[in-house]
Design a protein around this ligand. Structure first.
Ligand SMILES: Nc1ncnc2c1ncn2[C@@H]1O[C@H](COP(=O)(O)OP(=O)(O)OP(=O)(O)O)[C@@H](O)[C@H]1O
Length: 617
């Protein structure tokens, strides 16, 4: 129920359009009913020329105590019944068509408008979720919700809503016509209402469940597609095409089954309503015949009544369909609102203040951190105490899985500490706005993230108005300018998804140029472990040196040169800092660092390559 209200809240900005379409659709319903009422004078007056002249559709309006007849709505030069009925038929058709068109347009305007707002809100919510959220939910599932689930809601809210309104008013006016024409006989139809409602509800509930299942299976397919298309190189390298194809086939079969199940539930609606309708009509024929024989009813009255009942039948049948569609939308909206309401692990305080330009230090005070996945808590950092003053280059070294990435990810608050605190210029990270904190931090990671856009826009990511001269300056410092100029359109060259048209070293240098342009005082650097050729390596190293100048740097170091040049080196083992000091101090200590260093030195000597092997990390 709450979900329905939430969906309807989105219609609020389009209230005027919705209201106008309600009025227009009401007119459509009234015109449809009028046309049914005209059946009686057609039989009793138009097709019976011998019948004495009488007003067409004459009835008494009790409150005003006046008689009303169709003649009042028809120009005065139309006198006889035939003219009046023909005029009314044509005019009602024109009014009905115009109102139908305008009403459908307006309700669709409201429907599509609300869906656009809902999709924007969902995207905004998803984009702002913390890093943990994206680790919990797969890309395929998120894409599927943003595209398929929204699509389902859209179908229900725009196209169906339009017809729903029209049918509702047709139903209301037809019901009035049925009652006025059939009198007591009309009440027999009431007997069928509980049967119709209870069966529609039962089917609707199942439709909602089966739809949700179908949508989940679709998300599964989207996940496989995303993984295998983005990871196509690996699929090929391991010759896994056939295996992946089979995995996809199995998922497609599951979707096929889920869809069939959903259809098999939905398809019951129409025949069921047909059966109920036929029983009702048969019963009415039986009673009507006796009424006519007993002269309690005229044939014209009965035929008009039957027409009206038949017209009732269409909206009732469609209602079951709308109900199903609405249930589908509710099923689909489950995930939409789930993602919108997901509680972030990293939240900004209501009264968080803006962090001014970084000038003092970053201090870790007894910091502990744990990942939570599938209900299990895994403590990966313990008792970290660190004081990094402005301008220091702190190298983090240690075996894989020691917690180096986890530690640096705490600085921009990708995750929050679960013990102790991190203080920047005297403020707990959790007391400052996330935006002002992240503005102070630049990041260059092993895995370079580039967008399918021009070189210029990739470097100026997040700063669209920055002049080209500044972009070029940053590229020059990142030693990227020359290779950019050699590209077909220079800075306007589109680099392909994830920068596939660039070499590894070039990608790295673009990322470095981006960080230089951002010019943040704090820098987080995760050195690439993948071996670049010696020349590329030298370029990247020089670019990094330019980037690091004058900044406070946390570097997950894999290269001996970086480690040696760092102000201090922290050795991490199993989530703790076990040694910290300068290169010389740590060598003297004869601990883990010395061991790693000696190992590295021996490897380097054996390979004849002093600087680029990563055993030290
Ligand atoms: N999202 C996550 N959920 C659960 N555990 C995680 C997650 N990310 C990392 N871990 C675990 O946390 C521990 C520390 O990982 P982390 O990536 O910080 O290590 P690292 O020292 O940077 O390793 P490497 O040098 O290999 O990148 C590892 O045991 C890892 O398995």
């Amino acid at each position: 129920m709450k979900r329905i209200w939430r969906l309807l809240l989105y219609v609020r900005p389009y209230a005027v359009y919705s209201l106008a379409s309600v009025l227009l659709m009401a007119t459509v319903g009234a015109m449809a009913a009028l046309r049914i009422l005209l059946v009686k004078p057609i039989f009793d007056q138009v097709l019976s020329p011998d019948a004495p002249y009488a007003d067409v559709l004459k009835f008494h309006v009790p409150y005003f105590d006046r008689d009303f007849s169709l003649r009042f709505l028809v120009p005065s030069h139309f006198h006889n019944s035939w003219d009046i009925v023909a005029y009314a038929l044509v005019m009602s058709a024109i009014i009905k068509s115009v109102c139908d068109y305008a009403g459908t347009y307006m309700i669709n305007y409201a429907g599509f408008g609300m869906i656009t707002d809902l999709r924007n809100d969902l995207y905004n919510a998803v984009l702002r979720r913390s890093v943990g959220f994206f680790q919990k939910h797969t890309t395929g599932t998120l894409l599927s919700t943003l595209i398929n689930d929204i699509e389902r809601v859209q179908t229900a809210m725009s196209s169906v809503l339009g017809e729903f309104l029209q049918q509702t008013f047709t139903l209301i006016f037809m019901a009035v016509a049925v009652i006025s024409l059939g009198g007591k006989m009309a009440w027999i139809l009431l007997l069928f209402i509980p049967v119709v409602i209870s069966s529609a509800r039962r089917i609707g509930r199942q439709v909602r469940r089966t739809t949700r299942k179908g949508q989940d299976k679709l998300a599964e397919i989207q996940n496989i597609l995303h993984e295998t298309i983005t990871g196509n190189g690996i699929v090929k390298a391991f010759g896994m095409e056939l295996w992946e194809m089979n995995r996809f086939r199995r998922a497609a079969t599951r979707l096929f089954r889920a869809n069939l199940k959903s259809v098999s539930v939905q398809a019951i609606s129409s025949p069921l309503m047909d059966a109920i309708g036929s029983i009702a009509i048969a019963l009415l024929l039986f009673i009507g015949r006796r009424q006519i024989i007993a002269h309690h009813m005229k044939t014209g009255d009965f035929i008009a009544f039957l027409f009206a009942t038949f017209s009732l039948y269409d909206p009732v049948r469609k209602f079951a369909m709308f109900y199903n569609s609405f249930q589908q939308a509710l099923g689909a909206s489950e995930d939409i609102f789930k993602f919108m309401d997901a509680q972030d692990d990293v939240r900004e305080k209501k009264r968080a203040h803006k962090l001014e330009d970084f000038r003092g230090s970053i201090v870790f005070e007894g910091v502990g951190f744990a990942y939570e996945s599938e209900g299990e808590i895994k403590q990966v950092l313990r008792g970290i105490d660190l004081n990094v003053p402005r301008g220091e280059v702190l190298a983090l070294v240690g075996p894989s899985g020691a917690g180096k990435s986890s530690l640096v990810n705490l600085i921009p608050r990708f995750f929050d500490v679960n013990e102790g605190r991190i203080v920047i210029d005297g403020h707990d990270l959790r007391d400052v706005t996330i935006e002002s904190l992240r503005r102070q931090i630049g990041k260059v990671t092993q895995e370079v993230v580039l967008f399918n856009d021009t070189v210029r826009n990739n470097i100026a990511y997040g700063q669209p108005d920055v002049p080209l001269s500044k972009v070029e300056e940053a590229a020059q410092m990142a030693l990227a300018h020359d290779f950019i100029l050699r590209m077909p359109n220079g800075y306007d060259t589109v680099i392909g998804e994830k920068g596939v048209r660039l070499s590894g070293g070039e990608r790295q240098r673009l990322a470095i140029a981006r960080a230089i342009l951002k010019n943040a005082p704090i820098l987080i650097l995760d050195e690439a472990t993948s071996a670049l050729d010696t020349e590329s390596e030298a370029f990247v190293q020089a670019a990094l040196a330019n980037l690091m100048q004058g900044r406070t740097v946390f570097v997950i170091a894999h290269r001996l040169s970086t480690v040696r040049n760092a102000t201090r080196i922290a050795v991490m083992e199993q989530g703790s800092i076990t040694e910290i000091g300068t290169h010389d101090e740590l060598l003297e200590l004869s601990g883990t660092y010395r061991r790693l260093h000696d190992l590295q030195f021996r490897t380097d000597a054996a390979e004849g390559d002093e600087d680029s092997v990563e055993g030290a990390a």
